[in-house]
Write a protein that binds this ligand. Structure first.
Ligand code: NAD
Length: 478
């Protein structure tokens, strides 16, 4: 059984007397590892360590940082299968999805290395300023922000850790990482790749624990220059209240819409929704939660979608043939099951699925869901798709924009005018035409509007957000 401690000043620690918590498989309820929980004094030491680490790393030339990160990427590639097994065990994600996630680790680190090393500034045309001559030279230079606190959720424990740690290290910052309490083992394996690659001590620190116990201390500390958080909107809001004046990126919750118009390719839309609504048991911030379908094609769409959803195999996440594993816990499965029961008792129709077995819920389709119902409005984070009827495109766009969220959206249409209107009028950080929001390239800007967040990730954007730009002016004596 794997045990992970706290990573402070380059050493894994398991201080005596600290609480050691079991990490439990959501599928079998068997322990899969142990994690040492940080106390207040540990957070303090981790931040001190990060301050020292940030001085070291900031003075390390970009080509040397690149060398370390490329080696970490090579190790992450080499340890891909081990990484996938840990993701699968601690989150209940199917091994095939866990392998997909693990396969992106090395590449995110490589992208971060290159983006972090290529911070080009600007030359300023100062003489275009009224009254300024040719006696001055102005330009901008990049500087790491310093100490980055990175807090991540359970659902993509490798991907989302690396979308913070990679760009932060690439840009020359030090990091205090706090992974999700449910998935600390994945984070520690990734941290080990950086240590084995030769990352200097203190540049990456890892503290474990429940966010409600150690989160506020971490984000409010004045030694921290940037908080990069991914998680629920509720926690994101709490962070804004205690963080103080520092850089903040918040990647938050969603209830992502997909609009199926009457000129859509119905087969393509059904195929994409059958993936996008159920991958990782619907526990994806960009999961398809709401399908808004024009009434003329609603029956045809549901007819095409239902057999595809019924064909999704749910079961033991460790088996190769399983497509979808468990939710993160039995209580989350019960929450999703109750929400389906509630909307059905309020008048919606359960087309298929929605049965619960332990932490598993069978993929569900629920139709005739009113757009204003909480089943559509609130983030479900489970394997169910709601279907709401739209009278026309205006109505569909209005429904798509009717929640507090705005992370991702998809529109199925083969009419250019419809597509252009939808991409301009739907308020989401990423809009896909002829696919669902559940698609991401690690290099693209990625982040939400409205209550789905502040700022963007995606390696280049994150590196930029973790960089300070200074304006330098040289004055000659004449
Ligand atoms: P969560 O908000 O419960 O926890 C996320 C992280 O925040 C965990 O590490 C947790 O320990 C920590 N935390 C909890 N309370 C805290 C506090 N007061 N201060 C600081 N940190 C605290 O989220 P979760 O259940 O792990 O993940 C699911 C949520 O994450 C969903 O809402 C989902 O949409 C969102 N998410 C968003 C994105 C995105 O890119 N927008 C990606 C993945 C997940």
């Amino acid at each position: 059984m794997k045990k992970t401690g706290l990573l402070i000043a380059g050493q894994w620690e398991s201080p005596a007397g600290h609480i050691v918590q079991e990490v439990v498989s959501p599928f079998s309820s068997e322990p899969v590892g142990e994690v040492v929980l940080a106390e207040r004094a540990d957070i303090d030491r981790a931040l001190d360590s990060a301050v020292l680490g940030s001085h070291t790393w900031r003075k390390t030339p970009a080509h040397e940082r690149t060398k370390v990160l490329l080696e970490a990427a090579r190790l992450a590639d080499e340890r891909q299968e081990e990484l996938a097994q840990i993701i699968c065990k601690e989150t209940g994600k199917s091994i095939r999805e866990a392998r997909g996630e693990a396969s992106r680790a090395g590449e995110i680190i490589r992208l971060s290395a290159f983006e972090g090393a290529h911070r080009y500034g600007q030359s300023l045309p100062l003489d275009a300023n009224l009254g300024t001559g040719l006696d001055k030279v102005g330009y901008t230079i990049a500087q790491p922000v310093g100490v980055v606190v990175a807090i991540t959720p359970f659902n993509y424990p490798s991907l989302l850790v690396l979308h913070k740690v990679g760009p932060a290290l690439g840009a020359g910052n030090s990091v205090v990482m706090k992974p999700a309490a449910q998935a600390p083992l994945t984070a520690s394996l990734l941290a080990q790749c950086f240590l084995d690659a030769g990352l200097p001590e203190g540049v990456l620190n890892v503290v474990n624990g429940a966010g409600r116990d150690i989160g506020a201390q971490l984000v409010s500390d004045p030694r921290v220059n940037k908080v990069s958080f991914t998680g629920s909107t509720a926690v994101g809001e709490q962070i804004t209240k205690v963080a103080g004046v520092k850089k903040l990126s918040l990647e938050l919750g969603a209830s992502s819409p997909v609009v199926v118009t009457q000129d859509a390719d119905i087969e393509q839309a059904a195929h994409a929704v059958a993936l996008g609504g159920y991958i990782n048991a619907g526990q994806v911030c960009i999961s398809v939660q709401r399908v808004i379908v024009e009434s003329a094609v609603e029956d045809a769409f549901i007819e095409a979608l239902t057999p595809k959803v019924n064909a999704i195999t749910v079961g033991d996440p460790g088996k190769d043939e399983t497509m979808v594993g468990t939710l993160i816990s039995e209580s989350d499965a019960a929450r999703v099951h109750t929400a389906i029961g509630q909307v059905v008792s309020d008048g919606a129709e359960l087309v298929t699925g929605g049965e619960r077995d332990g932490a598993m819920v069978s993929p569900a389709i629920v139709r005739n869901v009113p757009g204003e119902h909480s089943f559509a409005q609130d983030e479900l984070f489970g394997p169910a798709v709601s279907i709401t009827t739209a009278q026309d495109l205006d109505h569909a766009i209005q429904l798509a924009n009717s929640t507090r969220y705005g992370l991702g959206a998809g529109v199925f249409s083969h009419n250019m005018d419809t597509s252009i209107r939808a991409m301009r009028e739907i308020d989401a950080g990423v809009v896909h035409i002829n696919w669902t929001p559940l698609w991401r390239a690690d290099l693209m800007p990625y982040g939400g509007l409205k209550d789905s967040g502040i700022g963007k990730e995606g390696v280049r954007t994150a590196v930029n957000d973790m960089t300070d730009w200074k304006t330098i002016i040289l004055h000659s004596r004449v």
